[in-house]
Design a protein around this ligand. Structure first.
Ligand SMILES: Nc1ncnc2c1ncn2[C@@H]1O[C@H](COP(=O)(O)O)[C@@H](OP(=O)(O)O)[C@H]1O
Ligand SMILES: [Mg+2]
Length: 356
């Protein structure tokens, strides 16, 4: 679906601003988390504060920038727990963070109350679906990576009549230089990338501190022996054994590059690697906010994202993606080969699991 060049430009500008400010909020929380030596590994409160703060901020910025009558947001968090007794201190911290971040931007003259913040968070309760426009937000994608001090992303997309028409990925810890090649990585000290894509208009990357955007493209590698592949850092999120068997079958020689969050889609969109494989454990249902922005960032850069049967991802079914097999992303040249390998490895997996 190609759109006229001017379509969704205003929305994309608002999305970039919202995601960049949310990234600033998350960075400040992650920085104090990493500096604190009393932080227990099991303490999820920093990610909780940043998650809610990011969602409130994105919702407020979109509403302020796009003063449209109908606003629908499908997002991960709701204010239920924050309204419970014992959450007052957390809510106070979130409200301060949101206000501090808004005032650091210099263009907003807003001072929000705790109730304003709760209401902003709760505008993310939409069910999405095939009709109308719906924003889709993961306020912090890769919460495990965030807590480890590794990769995470603020992922924001817009659905129009069930199709993703724009997407923004703010990746505060992703190096501006390519990743996945150790000799280059050692030089890659500058981090913080903002990817943005609009339907029919390509994908661009800029630094989160405001460099001019430049157009990016997926890798044009045809020979799998030259390709490297991305997968989740967390083995609980994707079957590493299965992706390793697929990679071997297809002829990939490099070891997997394991990173958290939709930063994988961003890295793929600029050609850092050629393949992304994701195979959740049986029964897991993928949510649309984990893939909507990443998907358009990669497809507008010339890539293809499908389920394991080769079908395009369908974001029109509500809060979940209706698939149970997995997600594969690559360029047009490698896709046929990859799909064959995926299907043959899945078949072997079923055979090895069934009793003789
Ligand atoms: N058992 C599971 N299988 C697959 N994905 C899972 C999962 N549990 C959580 N996730 C999802 O995986 C996302 C992170 O993806 P990745 O592994 O690529 O970093 C999480 O996003 P959040 O961190 O926003 O919760 C979460 O939605
Ligand atoms: Mg997520």
């Amino acid at each position: 679906m190609a759109a006229p060049p001017a379509s969704y430009q205003k929305e994309l500008a608002a999305a970039r601003k919202a995601a960049s400010l949310a990234a600033r909020l998350c960075q400040s929380v992650q920085k104090s988390l990493l500096q604190s030596d009393v932080q227990s590994k099991a303490d999820r409160s920093p990610v909780t504060v940043a998650d809610y703060g990011s969602q409130a901020l994105v919702s407020l910025v979109l509403k302020t920038e796009l003063s449209s009558e109908s606003f629908s947001l499908v997002a991960e968090e709701d204010s239920g727990d924050l309204r419970k007794d014992g959450s007052q201190e957390t809510l106070r911290r979130i409200t301060n963070l949101v206000n501090d971040t808004l005032s650091s931007d210099g263009t907003y003259n807003l001072s929000l109350s705790e109730e304003d913040v709760l209401v902003a968070i709760d505008s993310g309760k939409s069910e999405g679906g095939p009709h109308g426009r719906h924003w889709v937000l993961d306020p912090i994608d890769g919460t495990k990576g965030f807590l480890r001090g590794d990769q995470y992303a603020i992922a924001l997309g817009l659905l129009d009549e069930g199709k993703v028409v724009l997407g923004v990925l703010a990746c505060p810890n992703l190096p501006l230089a390519p990743i996945g090649h150790s000799e280059i990585e050692s030089l890659a000290t500058k981090v913080g990338c903002l990817f943005s894509a609009r339907i029919g208009a390509g994908t661009y990357m800029q630094s989160l501190d405001g460099s001019p955007p430049s157009k990016v493209h997926v890798s044009n590698i045809e020979n799998p022996a030259d390709a490297s592949f991305f997968e989740s850092f967390e083995a609980a999120h994707s079957l590493h054994d299965l992706s390793s068997s697929i990679a071997t079958k297809v002829g990939v020689q490099a070891p997997p590059v394991r990173i958290d969050s939709q930063a994988k889609y961003g890295a793929l969109a600029r050609g850092d690697g050629a393949i992304y494989l994701r195979f959740p454990h049986k029964g897991y249902r993928e949510k649309i906010w984990d893939h909507a922005a990443g998907c358009i960032v990669v497809t507008e850069a010339g890539g293809i994202a499908t389920d394991a049967a080769g079908n395009a991802l369908d974001f029109s079914k509500g809060r979940y993606l209706d698939l149970d097999t997995g997600i594969i992303v690559t360029n047009a040249k490698l896709m046929p080969l990859l799909l064959n390998a995926v299907q043959s490895s899945l078949k072997e997996k079923v055979q090895s699991a069934s009793p003789l």
